[in-house]
Design a protein around this ligand. Structure first.
Ligand code: ATP
Ligand code: MG
Length: 425
């Protein structure tokens, strides 16, 4: 019996992997322009890191972690997200001492969550994310938002919407928290069990509940924006005015919350508005986390970041019907005829490749016609034909597959001639 792939995971096969590489190229280039540097942290961490860094009351920690005990009796967890590990590394490597502040980092790698698999929801998925740690300037909030929108725009996505909110600073949140408790308490019995336990622990997360979304008290709930103090309101206005100056559209949704205690000020999501994108429309989530670094044992420095999954990014591109030129097309297929010519192409194809030309030959002992067919399948720009006679006369035939034009050239000039022809293309 054969063994199948685990539920909620996927193989990314040739033909699809090029799409991933295309996006990775965009993210890498844009991060370079914005001066974010890559960080790579382990796939597993101490379980405690996520309990503390993601939060005990979150779905991730309560229901979704892949936690195991290793042979040394340590509790380890496959990382469910990137921020906690980046902050751990920031503290552990004392990056707060780096004269270049804020420290601007990005990551790209697999994350693991035990969720019910469905479209756009996997148990292993790949997140790209950035963190800017060490600045509480609304300009850095605007920069992080500009960076993610730049990535989507460069990939050709048009039907994306940036949704923005402010959670205010600590004082604003305490005032808002009390207002929420007052609002929900009298009728909390009508809400799900999760919401009932959220009321005392973290009432903001009630607004994020997927089960009780339609309850009338959700719609009449007080708005955080009415509870922002002077500093928080000014901060939020600054972020908005920077975005406007950058020509970045956004909408404000006062019910957008990120429920962790250390989240504050800017919170945001990017949604896909493309038809046929499916039920889950969130492409990206992020926000400011000014209390996290100190909670993880570092100094009291502020931070902001976001993460999106490659899987949902690709689904959005598909929904918008975005295609692009795949530049991995074969340059030259070398067809050979007869044993001696065949032997000769071993070195010939190697010479083409080391000269930077994408080259291929036959390894199946195919007849000439079948070799031509293979060249067609690979969409070769040129086909070179080497027979016994040509070999004796130190010649080779080149056929331009786009124009049909054929040419006989000296074998020792072949690589150089082809290189020039490719440059002309
Ligand atoms: P959701 O509400 O969809 O569960 P979340 O709040 O759990 O999202 P975050 O933890 O904020 O998501 O992660 C940021 C992004 O990572 C999401 O916006 C989404 O693009 C992606 N993401 C999260 N979970 C998954 C998953 N199981 N499979 C694929 N992508 C995911
Ligand atoms: Mg989730």
């Amino acid at each position: 019996m054969s063994i199948n792939i685990p539920r909620g995971t996927q193989d990314i096969l040739p033909g699809t992997v090029e799409k991933w590489q295309h996006i990775e190229k965009i993210t890498t280039e844009i991060c370079r322009n914005y001066q974010y540097k890559e960080i790579r942290t382990p796939i597993f961490e101490h379980t405690e890191l996520f309990q503390r860094g993601v939060g005990d009351t979150t779905d991730i920690v309560q229901k979704e972690m892949y936690t195991f005990t290793d042979r040394g009796d340590r509790s380890l967890t496959l990382r469910p997200e990137g921020t906690a590990a980046v902050v751990r590394s920031f503290v552990e490597n004392k990056m707060f001492g780096d004269p270049n502040q804020p420290v601007k980092l990005y990551y790209n790698g697999p994350m693991f969550r035990y969720e019910r698999p469905q479209s756009g929801r996997y148990r292993q998925f790949v997140q790209f994310g950035v963190e800017a740690i060490g600045s509480e300037d609304p300009a850095i909030d605007a920069e992080v938002l500009a960076l993610v929108m730049d990535i989507y725009k460069t990939a050709g996505l048009q039907k994306v919407e940036l949704v923005l909110n402010s959670l205010g600073d600590k004082d604003s949140r305490v005032a808002y928290r009390n207002a929420l408790i007052e609002h929900f308490q009298p009728r909390i019995g009508e809400f799900c069990e999760d919401c009932q336990s959220r009321l005392e622990k973290n009432p903001m997360r009630i607004l994020d509940c997927k089960k009780d979304r339609e309850h009338e008290l959700m719609k009449s709930a007080p708005s955080i924006l009415d509870y922002l103090n002077e500093y928080s309101r000014t901060y939020f206005e600054k972020v908005q005015s920077y975005l406007t100056a950058l020509g970045i559209d956004f909408t404000i949704d006062p019910t957008l919350v990120r429920g962790l205690d250390y989240y504050n000020h800017t919170a945001f999501e990017v949604m896909s508005r493309a038809d046929g994108f499916g039920a889950i429309t969130t492409l990206c989530g992020g926000g400011r986390y000014n209390g996290l670094v100190s909670q993880m044992g570092g100094p009291d420095v502020p931070g902001i970041g976001f993460a999106f999954s490659m899987e949902r990014f690709l689904a959005a591109m598909e929904a918008e019907g975005i295609a692009w030129e795949d530049d991995n097309r074969l340059d030259c297929y070398v067809v050979s005829l007869g044993e001696e010519a065949k032997d000769y192409t071993v070195k010939l194809v190697h010479d083409l490749r080391t000269a930077g030309i994408k080259a291929e030959r036959d390894y199946q002992n195919r007849k000439m016609k079948a070799q031509f067919k293979a060249a067609d399948r690979l969409q070769a720009r040129f086909v070179a034909i080497l027979g016994e006679d040509e070999l004796k006369e130190n010649k080779i035939n080149i056929k331009d597959m786009e124009t049909g034009e054929q040419q006989e050239i000296a074998l020792d000039q072949f690589v150089e001639t082809l290189r020039k022809k490719m440059e002309e293309k």
